[in-house]
Design a protein around this ligand. Structure first.
Ligand SMILES: Cc1ncc(COP(=O)(O)O)c(C=O)c1O
Length: 425
């Protein structure tokens, strides 16, 4: 069966019409054409439930926390309900969930706190595949004499070189910071195995799950990672970041904070007033995913079970859609593709693909597609170590197409036709 036929078979059991109805912004038109949102890796669209939750917060709960009156009590309720929702998404307890402005800010905060315990000569292991937000905050600890080591990639398939990782891990390594999935080439890293290796060397792990979260289920217990961070705006929620930390570690490391603020975990990590209306939106994003899961598996009893059911259906749908896209791209003459192309290995990648055409720059191509209502990204997407390593940073990087579960086979066909038109022009 070809990739298109396979996608059709899987798509039959996925209620894409219901999914798309939940996202009002998918109705947007560009020059008389429906917009094709293939820009998800930089931020996804949000379902109506999220928009309503943010609005309702302002209408019914708008206040600050811990006051002795209705709206303040409601605000506390909104935050604790959202913490419980994220705990179900992560598979942890609510007091291991920390809200923050975004992943980058959370990582700078945590790296400073971890850095308080580090000494000159201690080592941190980072990677060539990671977004810079999981690189620079840790690399800044070199100011204290901390030694920064970088794990290389295998250029042929853009996967992490685990032999290099093993060679660089040693008793001096205090922390390994690694992405769950690459936001530029879609590679899913073996983070459970990396965590096991790190722990055996006496190091803790900090997992950047920002790119992975819209594409696959997270289970921090199964991973046994020490910290994991994601950004709800990448998985159908508002612009914020959320951190999971093992409770003993959230208690051990000391955040920089103001004196009157609580010392209690997890709130001591949430500096200043939070964006409470968006925290309400995070809870709604998780509920949306759970609803999707209940629709695909009516037997899901708990919200966690419903979330796992949602991911089972979206993983299958996205994988088949990505197979169709990759097959179509590889048929284009002179295309340079970055990442895994072997369909037998698609469980090692998510539906984010990057490439360069033999003609034009990624910026020119993105503009050509944008004029036709097809939204893609060009550049390095802050995966700067990667674009430098594969020699495309000075050439304008790559064109990135990101598929999520609200995208369709028709959008992939439109993209492929537009690429052929660009090449022929
Ligand atoms: C893999 C990855 N990590 C980290 C970030 C930074 O996230 P934030 O925008 O929440 O700071 C991004 C954003 O694109 C990302 O894709």
């Amino acid at each position: 069966m070809g990739a298109s036929a396979q996608h059709e078979a899987i798509a039959k059991s996925f209620d894409i019409a219901w999914v798309r109805e939940q996202f009002p912004s998918l109705e947007l038109q560009v020059n008389g054409q429906p917009a094709a949102f293939l820009d998800g890796p930089a931020g996804t669209q949000v379902p109506r439930q999220v928009i309503d939750a943010v609005q309702n917060y302002f209408l019914e709960a708008n206040s600050n926390t811990y006051g002795a009156f209705l709206t303040s009590r409601r605000t506390n309720q909104v935050i604790s309900t959202a913490r419980a929702a994220m705990a179900d998404l992560f598979n942890c307890t609510p007091d291991e969930v920390v809200f923050g402005q975004n992943m980058t800010t959370i990582t700078f905060d945590l790296s400073r706190a971890v850095g308080r315990e580090l000494e000159a000569g201690d080592e941190i292991l980072l990677t060539t595949l990671d977004h810079d937000a999981n690189f620079s905050p840790w690399a800044a600890l070199a100011e204290k004499g901390v030694v920064i080591r970088k794990v290389d990639i295998r250029e042929s398939d853009c996967t992490l070189d685990l032999d290099d990782l093993k060679a660089k891990l040693c008793s001096k390594t205090k922390l390994v910071a690694v992405g769950y999935a690459s936001n530029i080439v879609g590679t899913i890293n073996p983070v459970a195995e990396i965590t096991r290796l790190a722990h055996a060397a006496g190091a803790i792990t900090y997992i950047d799950a920002v790119h992975y979260a819209p594409h696959g289920p997270i289970d921090v217990k199964a991973l046994d990672c020490d910290f994991l961070v994601c950004s709800p705006y990448k998985f159908f929620g508002p612009h914020m970041g959320v951190l999971y930390g093992k409770k003993p570690l959230l208690e051990r490391f000391k955040p920089y904070k103001v004196r009157p603020a609580t010392d209690t975990v997890p709130e001591c990590w949430e500096t200043g007033t939070q964006v409470q209306e968006l925290i309400a939106g995070i809870q709604a994003a998780v509920e949306y995913l759970a609803e999707l899961g209940r629709r695909s598996d009516g037997s899901a009893k708990t919200r966690r079970a419903a979330l796992l059911a949602a991911y089972r259906s979206t993983v299958a749908y996205e994988r088949a859609l990505a197979a169709k896209l990759i097959e179509g791209l590889l048929a284009l003459p002179g295309l340079r593709f970055f990442g895994i192309t072997d369909a037998q290995r698609f469980h090692e990648r998510c539906s984010t693909v990057s490439f360069r055409l033999k003609k034009g720059t990624p910026t020119e191509l993105a503009a050509f597609l944008g004029d036709r209502g097809i939204f893609t990204w060009d550049g390095n997407f802050y995966a700067l170590n990667f674009t430098e390593r594969v020699g495309v940073e000075a050439l304008g990087g790559v064109l990135r197409v990101g598929l999520v579960h609200y995208n369709t086979a028709a959008e992939v066909d439109r993209l492929l036709a537009a690429l052929a038109e660009f090449l022929a022009a």
